[in-house]
Design a protein around this ligand. Structure first.
Ligand SMILES: Cc1cc2nc3c(=O)[nH]c(=O)nc-3n(C[C@H](O)[C@H](O)[C@H](O)COP(=O)(O)O)c2cc1C
Length: 707
């Protein structure tokens, strides 16, 4: 107290600009005063500013010296813009920079500086207002310090002054106005002038009524938190100027007439506002003891802090035009704690029932089983298989399509892979005949395989490898591609008239990783694609015969945690709004970066769906060939893969059409895919540990798996 050079009513710090001659003279005087401590915080603040993402510049010309007379201290800080950027950085993105800027345009008034102290201080802490107006006529006493977070040095000071000083020590740039005489009929209009929201936290019924009448006149919303069972009242006089005060709880009583009544006569009305039946038992019992064994109604600091948190939440909603209707709610911590319960501990990787796979026994069963084992996007198995005498029909089932499967092109690729598998099996069992791709009819495209008596030693030799083909989503070792691999794969593709386009150098892989990650980000941020992506995932205790077993994603522990966030559509909506979500592409980026090569299997563009079927056959050949060379294979379908034009892209993701068009173009250029070629599938090849699980299938009738 001895260091306090200020009169008791001073609450505003002096903000001084060294470049202003008047301020400079004042600074010289202050520095010369040996009682005043001088602290320059600027170097530390600038260092903090440099650590912040997307920080504004802090022009030294904006720096200020701030003199706190009640502290006998002179501090140097960076200018307001840099200061706010640092102090409010950790709000982001519970509050974005734009939202903080918007909220800074708000003026908040708080009547009553007992529980109102905490309310005003939390509003300042959160940075959700640009000006505060405080009213209270009382001084701080020791008995207030069970809930006002002040200290012994504040005793005897006006409550508004105490709050205002504390806020000034937090943010010297935030203007605070005080009504040290409190508010009454004469001053209430001045208090309400220009307010965005009024928080009423006083204990006088007269002032409560006057405040609401004025708020109606000025069309200012009123918030009130009564520190018992977290009771919050919202009165949107801004939206409903004719709304009755206190939600009409006082009935037909002439509200104005209540003013001036004796305390005893006011009590029944106060009880109607508070709703006696809903008070906490301790509060209600304490009321009965007032003037007997207790002095006044009780309030706890924790409940006051909760009230400030509730009010801050309501202030943010009003300030950001988010829904907050008039009404009443209890944020009841006691009740919440009564509901304490053990959380559900779900370990997705435990209690795994094995998937039964029955070995096929007859030749036809072997062929049908091979069809069943074909790869398909999301393991959708978009085929219907029918055996008609000596002919096996594999037709495309349009009901198993998805948004990324534009024009059934992805399904056609799966059909092509199934066709190749069937031919490999037919060769192995000596039943190889001719095959044909049929467009139209009941299905957009289908394949017929005529069982003959032929074979093909190369195809037959692939039989065990075809059955062992699998998607491997493990992270690769990063080892480079062995020599001659690409030539071998190109030969495999050429057997179906397709080509392999590859990127196998470190720089190229890094670039392609970025592009594929960006396409994956779009997949997360586009509602229907996100829904489909997570709709495909199966927990081990679910039916695994379709979709992707989560274990096959080979998620590391931190990826599993991230995936739980990534699965939430509400979180994705925010990331979309903020143009964020780069991290969403990390799963794929890391996998591509760990790869030895990324290849695209291309085929002539003029062949329509039949081309995609042939392309799918080529994909399967290349996949099997790569695995034979010890490589792990994972398709990495960018969302634009099967788009042919801008309309297709719009259907995939209306919000990201331009992004996708640009990524598609850069991808084709990087992979050197000529305009006259289309891509059946993109695969990443790596040297990696074996996958954790084998994917399961729905039984194809007659494959043996349906027994
Ligand atoms: C057209 C097509 C697109 C695919 N896209 C992806 C993909 O983007 N990411 C992925 O991890 N797997 C992809 N796959 C692999 C399938 O998910 C996989 O084939 C299916 O789940 C069956 O598993 P399996 O290949 O291990 O037998 C794709 C497969 C096909 C045929």
């Amino acid at each position: 107290m001895s260091r306090d050079l200020a009169p008791h009513d001073v609450f505003r710090p002096q903000v001084l600009n060294e470049n202003d001659p008047g301020d400079a003279a004042e600074l010289t005087r202050l520095r010369a005063d040996a009682r005043i401590e001088v602290v320059d915080l600027r170097a530390g603040l600038r260092a903090e500013l440099r650590r912040i993402h997307r920080a504004p510049d802090a022009d030294p010309a904006d720096d200020r010296w701030v003199y706190y007379p009640w502290r006998s201290a002179l501090l140097a800080v960076v200018g307001a813009q840099g200061f706010n950027a640092i102090r409010l950085d950790r709000n982001r993105n519970k509050l974005t920079v734009a939202e903080q800027r918007r909220l800074r345009g708000r003026t908040i008034g708080v009547i009553g500086q007992s529980s109102g102290h905490e309310i005003a201080y939390v509003a300042a802490l959160e940075g959700i207002c640009g000006r505060l107006r405080l009213a209270d006529a009382d001084i701080v006493e020791l008995s207030n310090l069970n809930r006002i977070p002040g200290g012994l040095f504040d005793i005897g000071l006006n409550k508004c002054v105490v709050t205002a000083r504390r806020i000034a020590e937090l943010d010297p740039y935030l203007p605070v106005e005080v009504f040290r005489a409190g508010v009454d009929d004469d001053s209430i209009d001045e208090f309400l002038q220009g307010l965005s929201v009024l928080v009423e936290a006083c204990d006088s019924l007269d002032v409560k009524i006057a405040a609401r009448e004025a708020a109606r006149r000025h069309r200012v919303p009123v918030l009130m938190e009564t520190n018992d069972r977290g009771l919050l009242d919202v009165e949107r006089f801004d939206l409903e100027p004719d709304r009755r005060p206190f939600h009409g709880l006082l009935g037909d009583v002439d509200v104005a007439a209540l003013r001036g009544l004796a305390t005893r006569d006011k009590a029944p009305h106060v009880m109607r506002i508070l709703d006696a039946t809903q008070l906490s038992p301790r509060f209600a019992a304490s009321l009965a003891e007032i003037d007997e064994s207790v002095t006044t109604w009780p309030q706890l600091a924790g409940e006051v802090a909760l009230g400030a948190a509730t009010i801050a939440t309501a202030l943010r909603r009003i300030g950001l035009d988010q829904p907050l209707p008039s009404g009443r709610v209890r944020v009841d911590l006691e009740r919440a704690l009564d509901e304490l319960a053990e959380p559900l501990v779900a370990d997705p990787l435990s209690g795994v029932p094995p998937v039964l796979a029955v070995e096929p026994s007859t030749s036809v069963e072997r062929i049908l089983h091979s069809i069943e084992r074909a790869p398909s996007g999301g393991n959708a198995q978009p085929w219907a298989v029918r055996v008609d005498g000596e002919v096996v029909h594999i037709s495309l089932d349009p009901d198993r399509s998805s948004a990324m499967d534009i024009g059934f092109r992805g399904s056609a690729v799966a059909l092509g892979a199934a066709m190749h598998n069937a031919r490999v099996a037919a060769a192995a069992v000596g039943l190889l005949g001719s095959s044909e791709i049929v467009l139209g009819g009941e299905s957009p495209v289908s394949v017929t395989l005529r069982l003959g008596s032929g074979t093909d030693p190369d195809l037959a030799a692939d039989y065990p490898h075809m059955l062992g083909r699998e998607t491997n989503r493990s992270l690769g070792t990063g080892a480079p591609l062995a020599p001659d691999v690409l030539d071998t794969l190109a030969r495999a593709a050429a057997a179906d008239g397709a080509r392999v386009y590859a990127v196998a150098d470190e720089t190229g892989i890094a670039e392609v990783a970025d592009l594929l990650a960006e396409a994956d980000r779009v997949r997360y941020l586009t509602d229907h694609l996100h829904t489909e992506m997570f709709g495909e995932l199966r927990q081990p205790d679910e039916d695994l015969r379709t979709g992707l077993d989560v274990r096959s994603l080979e998620l590391t522990a931190d990826e599993q945690a991230k995936m739980r966030i990534g699965a939430r559509a509400d979180v994705m909506a925010y990331l979309r709004d903020w143009s964020g979500g780069r991290a969403l592409g990390e799963y794929l980026r890391d996998r591509v970066l760990s790869s030895a090569a990324v290849i695209a299997i291309g085929f002539p563009a003029n062949e329509g769906l039949a081309g995609y079927v042939k392309g799918g056959s080529a994909v399967e050949r290349v996949w099997i060939a790569a695995q034979k060379l010890g490589l792990a294979v994972q398709p990495v379908s960018p969302v634009f893969l099967y788009a042919r034009n801008a309309d297709d892209l719009r259907d995939v993701s209306a919000a990201f059409t331009d992004t996708l068009a640009s990524v598609h173009k850069r991808f084709s250029a990087l992979m050197r895919i000529p305009g006259h070629e289309q891509v059946a599938l993109v695969l990443r090849l790596s040297y990696a540990p074996a996958p954790t699980v084998r994917s399961a299938r729905l039984p194809v009738l007659g494959s043996g798996n349906d027994r």
